[in-house]
Structure formats: C-alpha cells, structure tokens
Design a protein around this ligand. Structure first.
Ligand code: DGL
Length: 271
C-alpha cells in the first residue's frame, strides 16, 4: 500500500495562473513527481473574499483532489494558505501545506537590515500571516505589508509589463521603499510574473523573495519525511480549471506546458 501511495500525484491549487509559478519550481526540485493542478478561474480573484468563502473553496478543492487520488496537496496560493489552510488542514486526511512558512524563512535568511516588505492580496495582508510568521522566526524584524488589489486581474488578463502594470506597482511599492526595506516578499503566487517591472522599480538594493523555490524544497522534505517521495514520474501532469479551459491553456502554453486543460464543476466536491 505504502509503495503505491508513493506513485500517487501531488495536488497543487490556486485561484488561477499564479500557482503555475510554484509548479515551475516543483518541476525543478521534484521532477519525478506527477502534478494535478487546479486553477479556480471561475472565482478568481480570491484576494477580496471573506475567510468563510475561502475555507469553503479549499474544502471543495481538497474533495476534488481526494477523488483524483493525490497523496499530498500544496496550496500554491498565499490567500488560501493564510486564511483557509489553518482550518482545512485539520479536517483533511491528505496532508496540506502552504507557501507562507517557506516564504517567511527565506526572507529572514536573506535580510541584512531586518526590514522586510510584503506585497500580497487584501486578504493576505489583512490576515498578517507573513508578519506573524516572520516575527516568530526573527522577533526583531520590522515587517511592512502592502495590499495590491489591482495586480491579479491584470496578470490573469495576460499583462506582464508596461505602463498598465507599472503605474499601480509604483504606487504599491512606494510606501515600502520609503521604509527602507532591504527584502521584498512576493506574497502572492501571481506576482513572479511581474518580476521584471518589480525588480526595476524596487532597485538593486532590495532582495526579491519568491517563496516558490523554498516551498518546493519544503515539499520535498515533507514528502521524504512522510515516506511519499516518488522514484519516477508515473504519467503526465493534469490541469483542471473551474472556468474557461481555453484561456487557461493559452497561459500554460506560454510557460511551456502543452497538456490539455479540463473543466471541472468544483462545487460538486467537498472534503
Ligand atoms: N495567487 C493567489 C495568492 O497567492 C491568489 C490571488 C487572488 O486570486 O487574488 O494569493
């Protein structure tokens, strides 16, 4: 039975294309793991939604993954990690990990001045999840958080640079730069798509932390501890969305994934 569990896929979810920035790292760190991805594109953005809704969505997604026979789930979504995971992980018999802990650890290890900025969705910032996680590791750190509600819809619409993203980004980064941060956490899995303009606006003195790489490493460690690391990839990755599969397919092709994207009625499932 244990032998079989190792060959089961990993579930990865986000509200949309954001979680694919984590999948990219999972492919590098865990190339032998098969991934089943779910993007909740019918309900994106998550960032302005209340906690009870995010918990319900996460329960449905865990129910869907369970039916898919996954062995482990990664909430590749900061908003869901901050608000839903603390509740849903307790209810689930499939292990569920998020992205906040890995991001906080990475930021604490790179900062020199202990002045850390975080950009994220309104819900993530309001939860103070990053501030708490960083302070637990480094009580002397100062954490400054900024909600960036305009960014996710722009990224889902395919914008990656130019005036349309630079204008809101400038406004969001300004208050953090005024606090002389030396480290900036990309506290939303969509934001690595804007790495070029973010780096340009933040300048060379600010270290940018994308929690995705550290998340992939943490996933590897957890799978190893659970005895669930796969020896070889047992089949192709699968992509599912709650919205239009075609537009999501375009986004996945841009990242080099050619697999078909399937639609799923996610409300049918629960934990
Ligand atoms: N990519 C997600 C996150 O990391 C969700 C963004 C959203 O849907 O607002 O927070």
């Amino acid at each position: 039975m244990e032998e079989e569990a190792k060959h089961c896929p990993i579930g990865v979810y986000d509200s949309g294309v954001g979680g694919l920035t984590v999948v990219r790292w999972l492919h590098k760190v865990l190339p032998q793991e098969r991934i089943i991805y779910f993007g909740d594109t019918a309900r994106v953005p998550y960032g302005g939604r209340p906690r009870h809704e995010l918990i319900e969505f996460s329960r449905q997604i865990m129910g869907f993954f369970r039916k898919q026979g996954v062995k482990f789930v990664i909430a590749a979504c900061n908003t869901s990690s901050a608000l839903a995971l603390p509740v849903v992980a307790q209810e689930s018999d499939v292990p569920l990990m998020g992205v906040i802990g890995a991001g906080a650890r990475e930021a604490v290890s790179v900062t020199k001045t202990k002045r850390i900025g975080v950009i994220g969705t309104q819900a993530t910032v309001a939860s103070r999840a990053y501030a708490c996680a960083v302070k637990e590791l480094e009580p002397k750190a100062s954490v400054y958080e900024q909600a960036c509600p305009e960014l996710v819809p722009l990224i889902e619409a395919g914008h990656r640079d130019g005036e349309i993203v630079e204008k809101p980004l400038k406004e969001y980064l300004q208050p953090l730069l005024e606090r002389s941060i030396d480290t900036l956490i990309l506290g939303c899995t969509h934001y690595p798509y804007l790495l070029v303009p973010i780096k340009r606006l933040a300048g060379p003195d600010v270290e940018i932390v994308d929690p995705a790489e550290a998340t992939a490493r943490e996933a590897r460690d957890r799978l190893e501890t659970l005895g669930l690391l796969s020896g070889k990839k047992a089949g192709e990755d699968l992509f599912f969305v709650s919205g239009d599969p075609e537009s999501f397919h375009t986004a996945t092709v841009q990242l080099g994934y050619t697999q078909r994207v399937e639609h799923v009625v996610i409300e049918r499932y629960t934990i």
